[in-house]
Write a protein that binds this ligand. Structure first.
Ligand SMILES: Cc1cc2nc3c(=O)[nH]c(=O)nc-3n(C[C@H](O)[C@H](O)[C@H](O)COP(=O)(O)O)c2cc1C
Length: 197
């Protein structure tokens, strides 16, 4: 059984939005951790949604102590890349077959504390070293200056496919646009490397 009530931890509201979309889709209730204490019994199975802080799921230990987490949606500011769910799984101590998914939330630089801002500046610094930044690289750095909200239902399609045992959702995932000139450049580079071997 994959469908259970949702418990979410949301500092700035992005995860809460996903919890509400998901609850509506699955026909279950979405509770903040505080609300869950009154509405869900200890040991019951739940779906857990949490914002990310330095790749860690907020309040994970507390939630693990009280409930049986059956699957997780992690919400962060990063654009999705194939290795991201795996990284979050490892950092938070879950085995590789644990169903953990990721969806991009957003960031409002006016709402975070000075310390959080400093932390993000440090962790985003490598983006400024990229010589040919992609649109996504630029948009990531821009989040420190301008609020961005990337919450949208299509970012839940992979999770829907898992929860509803319906692979047709995977076909609905919007394809990323590729940069044709960059692709050609990469192909040329690969050919040169092959020739050298
Ligand atoms: C101090 C700090 C650390 C963060 N660390 C990460 C991170 O490691 N990975 C990520 O994708 N997003 C990270 N974020 C962005 C948040 O996860 C993102 O804003 C998310 O949408 C927050 O969801 P919430 O408002 O529901 O808590 C961080 C934000 C702050 C303020």
């Amino acid at each position: 059984m994959k469908i259970h009530n949702i418990v979410y931890v949301s500092k700035y509201g992005y995860t809460k939005k996903y919890a509400e979309i998901l609850a509506n889709k699955l026909g279950v209730c979405a509770y903040s951790l505080k609300e869950a204490k009154k509405n869900i019994k200890k040991g019951e199975p739940i779906i857990f949604l949490s914002g990310l802080n330095n790749n860690r799921l907020n309040e994970l230990k507390k939630v693990q102590k009280k409930y049986d987490i059956t699957s997780i949606l992690a919400v962060g500011m990063s654009f999705i890349r194939p290795t991201l769910p795996e990284l979050v799984r490892i950092v938070n101590g879950f085995p590789e077959d644990f169903p953990l998914f990721y969806a991009q939330g957003g960031l409002d630089p006016n709402k975070i504390s000075k310390l959080e801002r400093f932390f993000l500046q440090v962790s985003l610094a490598p983006y400024n070293q990229i010589t040919e930044p992609t649109e996504e690289d630029r948009m990531t750095v821009d989040m420190l200056g301008n609020a961005a909200d990337y919450v949208s239902e299509d970012k839940l399609y992979e999770y829907y496919a898992y929860l509803l045992d319906d692979p047709s959702y995977l076909e609905l995932i919007p394809k990323k646009e590729t940069n044709p000139s960059l692709e050609e450049e990469n192909e040329e580079q690969e050919k040169e490397e092959d020739a050298l071997q």
